[in-house]
Design a protein around this ligand. Structure first.
Ligand SMILES: Nc1ncnc2c1ncn2[C@@H]1O[C@H](COP(=O)(O)OP(=O)(O)OP(=O)(O)O)[C@@H](O)[C@H]1O
Ligand SMILES: C[C@@](O)(CCOP(=O)(O)OP(=O)(O)O)CC(=O)O
Length: 419
């Protein structure tokens, strides 16, 4: 017979999940409700392959745990923040009966209120460096807790909970191409993510991220967008007049795999988002000279080809996310980027190009010396900026969250403490 919940018992139940990060091609910037995290416009993103960028989170429950605890990248962090508390509360309130027959554990719906959780999470990329760790992180937390607590809500409803951890997190509940519908309801019940197409729909796309700086940024997205909402008239125009039409066009471009339109919309929207940041008082500068050089290189190349080969987009930081129409274009792009932004002399190629390294081979680069043999890209007049890019990540559109096997647990299955 399964045992009822009793504090003297030592059992620990756990679930580990992996969740991707995402990059917005139509940006979310500005809230109409700060607490519920309700945006002023819809947004659309591409989910990035979790094989290259992801969060892994283990959540566990035991009658022996005395309070909720969390470790992020090995360090214990406080769960006192409102966003963590909201996610925990919202998920707990939807918890259902759990019966683990193998372990002989039975948790009744009503028991969850008295039980505490231990959480360990690991980002396989820099945290708070403009690579959307909060998006993958909160999506993974909510998804994993949902599994542990046998929450019956579907992915969209879970996305509305993850949204309250970090707005962009709601889009990481799905793979492929995702839309965050801003919703109309004051309580936010209809502000959730839906999948537009899965990752197989447009699998020629190749994504190259130039990590320009992995230092923590000066103005967080949360603070930056608050200032923008308070001061920018351009944001009001963007949210009311520009984005609604752009969303329809972007949905059509994704549906038809129309790269020309996809690239034009992506670049224009990124540029408008940064224009809105400049229109904020005091102005916010997320891009730097390296970001501007990358824009210039891509714009000139696209112009000389007559049709866009590559789309670029920048979030709240200087890192460039470039989306190439196919693998051949991505190979050419990587050659141009490596020529323009070669690694520092002491860097090894293996840590300079991460993710899908097979593109390096296609580009004919097997050793650091090969970078010097690349042809100078005409777009940037052969200028070189050694060391200005910390590293590149080659990736592609990827799948949504998954539950991982028991061997991947980040917490000790006996004690519920980090391994
Ligand atoms: N794996 C994780 N699990 C839970 N929360 C996380 C995780 N990783 C990051 N976070 C939360 O997100 C915060 C970092 O968010 P922040 O917006 O500053 O950076 P970012 O998401 O990496 O960059 P950006 O939003 O510009 O893309 C962390 O301080 C933490 O609160
Ligand atoms: C520029 C962006 O990346 C902004 C993301 O902002 P966050 O989701 O990090 O902000 P909060 O909701 O305050 O946590 C654009 C986007 O992802 O759509």
């Amino acid at each position: 017979m399964a045992a009822a919940v009793d504090e003297s018992q030592k059992w620990v139940l756990m679930v580990t999940a992996q969740t991707p990060t995402n990059i917005a091609v139509i940006k979310y910037w500005g809230k109409r409700d700060e607490k519920l995290i309700l945006p002023v416009n819809d947004s659309i993103s591409v989910t990035l392959d979790p094989g290259h960028l992801c969060t892994t989170t283990t959540v566990s429950v035991s009658p022996a745990f005395t309070h909720d605890r969390m470790w992020l990248n090995g360090q214990e962090i406080s769960l006192a923040g409102g966003r963590f508390q909201t996610c925990l509360r919202e998920i707990r309130s939807r918890a259902c009966d759990v019966h683990d027959k193998e372990k002989g554990i039975k948790i009744n719906k009503k028991d969850w209120d008295g039980l505490h959780v231990h959480i360990a999470s690991f980002n396989n990329f820099p945290t708070a460096a403009g690579l959307a760790s909060s998006a993958a992180g909160f999506a993974c937390l909510v998804f994993a807790l949902g599994k542990l607590m046998n929450v019956k809500e579907d992915q969209s409803q879970l996305s509305a909970i993850a949204r309250q951890g970090s707005g962009s997190a709601c889009r990481s509940l799905y793979g492929g191409f995702v839309k965050w519908i801003m919703g109309k309801d004051d309580k936010g019940t209809d502000s959730l993510a839906v999948q537009l197409a899965d990752e197989k729909h447009w699998d020629e796309l190749v994504i190259i991220i130039a990590v320009v700086s992995s230092r923590q940024k000066e103005t967080s997205s949360t603070t930056g967008m608050r200032d923008t909402v308070e001061t920018s008239l351009l944001l009001q125009h963007r949210a009311k007049e520009v984005v609604p039409k752009r969303i329809l066009k972007m949905e059509e471009a994704i549906r038809n795999r129309d790269f020309t339109s996809f690239a034009q919309l992506t670049c224009t929207d990124s540029n408008q988002f940064h224009a809105v940041c400049l229109d904020t008082c005091p102005p916010i500068f997320y891009m730097n000279d390296t970001s501007h050089r990358i824009i210039s290189l891509v714009e000139k190349w696209n112009c000389s080809e007559g049709t866009p080969q590559v789309a670029y987009t920048f979030d709240a930081g200087p890192n460039a996310v470039m989306i190439a129409r196919d693998r051949k274009t991505a190979t050419l792009l990587l050659q141009k980027l490596l020529y323009t932004f070669p690694p520092n002399s002491d860097a090894d190629l293996n840590s300079f190009v991460l993710g899908d390294k097979s593109i390096l081979k296609d580009a004919g680069i097997n050793a650091p010396e090969d970078v010097a043999t690349l042809p100078p890209p005409p777009e940037i007049k052969g200028q070189q900026f050694k060391g200005d890019v910390s590293y590149f990540i080659c990736t592609r559109p990827g799948r949504g969250p998954v539950v991982l096997s028991d061997e991947t647990h980040l917490l000790n299955p006996e004690t519920g403490l980090p391994k």
